[in-house]
Design a protein around this ligand. Sequence first.
Ligand code: N01
Length: 539
Amino acid sequence: QAVQGKKDSRNEEFDAVVVGAGIGGMRMLHELRQLGLSVKVIEAAPEVGGTWFWNRYPGARTDSESWVYAYSFSKELQDEWDWSERFATQPEALAYLKYVAGRFDMRKDILFNTRVDSAIYDEQSNEWTITTEQGGTYTCKYFIPASGLLSLPYKPDFKGLDNFQGEWYVTGNWPEEKVDLTGKRVAVIGTGATAVQVIPIVALTAEQLTVFQRTPNYVMPGRNYVLTEDERQSIRANLDTIWAMARQHFFGFAMAPAGRVMSDYPPEEQQKILEGGWEAGGFRFIFETFDDLLVNDESNAIASEFVRNKIRAIVNDPATAEMLCPKDYPLAGKRPPLGHFYYETFNRDNVSLVDVNNNPITAISENGVRVGNDEYEADVIIFATGFDAGTGALTHMNVQGRGGVTLKEKWEHGPRTHLGIGVDAFPNMFMISGPQTPFANIPVVIEGAVEWIGQAIKSLRDNGLDRIEATPEATEAWNDHIAQIVNATVLSKGKRSWFFGDNVPGKAHASLFYFGGAGEYRKECLASAENNYDGFVVD
Ligand code: N01
């Protein structure tokens, strides 16, 4: 994304520089201010919000229930804010983050329209020097990238796009101005979580919508609803319990384990329980039906078949239904999207599905999308083709640690971190929602990391210490631990999953996440802190 920022010739010094004013960077700013540190947050966008600033594509909304897709650190904030729906829309999620920025007077410490170019550690001074594309230089002791897990959009390099006569958009960098698709022939490339949100909304106004699908997904019905005042009051009254549950939950949701496994029930009963989860909507199908769906192949196969049967029951045209059924990988082998009338959309006369798995997109022509010898005409192409996730935003900055080693070099074969927070040879660098942290409801993961980082910095200062750095041994052990966990789950059995970098050609195959659960992860982080920051050199 091009940044329109003014030239900047400042040369300033802070205790900490944070990259990104999304959920993570904003929360870190607040924490460090509470500790009395001077902080500058550098943000490429003209406003706070991060993901929720850039992903303003039609249909964008949270896949986590709104009351846990929020900060928990301020009781007052939680009392003041009213969510209007079960799953907040992008404008509402952004409005919330803007409200938080105003409420805690954050903007005065955020440098907007400015993109970090490099962050270089100097061993002599034990300082980081951050330079921006706009020409500014900022030195600091603590360098804290909060640059986002899914913030660098990935768009395949289809030949011919320059000659396309129509308009084209990338969902992760959607324009602020309204894009009017009324009466247009629209092509959507991709069927991941983003496309699954875009497709039903675009179908309402486009004259014709053609969806290009490479891999079908297991789409859970969202079953969104408007929250009543009674529901909001009840959520407010139970917030302590809700947050306690979310912090313990594997994926950071306020849900309790089902307390049962599939094999304990006869087939008829299994179907009934799965039906209950399907009706409850959201990720409750995965987390409140049976506790072994992600670790037991047979249980997973029953749930996967249940979803395929739902698709067959919803979609009228049998050939389209079969195309929409994932058959060669298990449920949760790719991150399941939440749909809001997704499968139903394929019953509309103006919507068609093209399989580009066996017959890939070969080019973009002047008039549309070319698949083999066929051309699908379009006035507008929407690329919902995902992100260079986990590492992309970090390796695209020139981040240099001790001895000039860059993160990009260090992670050539996949990310290596300790606890997903620290990297050996990168002292006093703390990552927020960096690679090898849990894949879970992001605000819960972020708040855990921010509190841990705040405590680590406080501990250094209280003890007159200057440096914290992950050890290579702890890094290797964390990496092995991550691989061991993920290999025991169905998550490793997906197809072209971005969880492993497999969606970006040439990217190393490695788990970008710790899949031991958000609750367990928190315990591992606290254990390190309580053990004098075990796994880190502190001096
Ligand atoms: O990206 P994706 P996304 N030819 O990588 C296809 C989060 N999120 O932006 O699967 C044809 O999942 C690709 O096909 P395939 C969420 O965690 C959250 O949708 O590689 N197709 C796939 O269908 C999510 O998981 C929320 O075979 C090509 C699609 O593009 C993550 O972001 C909302 C292609 C990319 O899907 C990423 O989701 C939305 C090609 N050459 C997203 N290249 C909320 O919680 C790629 N594709 C609100």
